[in-house]
Design a binder for this molecule. Structure first.
Ligand code: PNS
Length: 159
């Protein structure tokens, strides 16, 4: 039974992430969405908030689980008996970073494969960073994030 890990910062989760997750859930019997706790990036939402925002959107899958990790991704993947890392690939601009990360993870753990999945093209330019930037200045309902994330962003940025 192959387990796949879908890691990320998810600050916050977007419909693009959820689109990739759904594709992964159709390919693997078990998918762990793994929220990074690392402090390299300053996040708007803390770890618990990021996990909570994901939770409501994945309850419909019976093969998707939420986890969190600190430190190296490959070590968490081994702990969880995962053999595949899922990453979403959008525009060409993602490639360089993703390529380096996949090569480093392979260098650390040869047998752990990275599998890139493309979200629906309507999410090709969706990123958590841009969503946060736009939501700073508007209350408009963006079609790029789930409704609970929209509410959480409004609360966090406008209060
Ligand atoms: O959503 P992101 O920010 O692009 O996710 C990046 C993430 C968290 C998957 C990546 O930074 C990561 O795996 N960090 C853990 C540290 C690690 O294992 N680094 C080696 C891979 S280069």
């Amino acid at each position: 039974m192959k387990t796949a890990i879908y890691p990320g910062t998810f600050d916050p989760v977007t419909n693009g992430h959820l689109d990739v997750l759904e594709r992964a859930s159709k390919l693997f019997p078990k998918v762990i969405i793994a929220v990074s706790e690392n402090s390299e990036k300053k996040t708007l939402f803390d770890l618990e908030e990021r996990m909570f925002l994901i939770k409501k959107n994945v309850l419909k899958y019976n093969n998707v689980f939420i986890g969190s990790f600190k430190g190296l991704l490959v070590e968490y993947a081994l702990e969880q008996n995962a053999s595949v890392i899922i990453r979403g690939l959008r525009a060409v601009s993602d490639f360089e970073y993703e390529f380096q990360m996949a090569q480093m993870n392979r260098h650390l753990e040869e047998d752990l494969e990275t599998l890139f999945l493309m979200p629906n093209e309507k999410y090709f330019f969706t990123s958590s960073t841009l969503v946060k930037q736009v939501m700073k200045y508007t209350d408009r309902p963006l079609q790029l994030i789930p409704s609970n994330v929209l509410e959480a962003l409004k609360k966090k940025l406008h209060n």
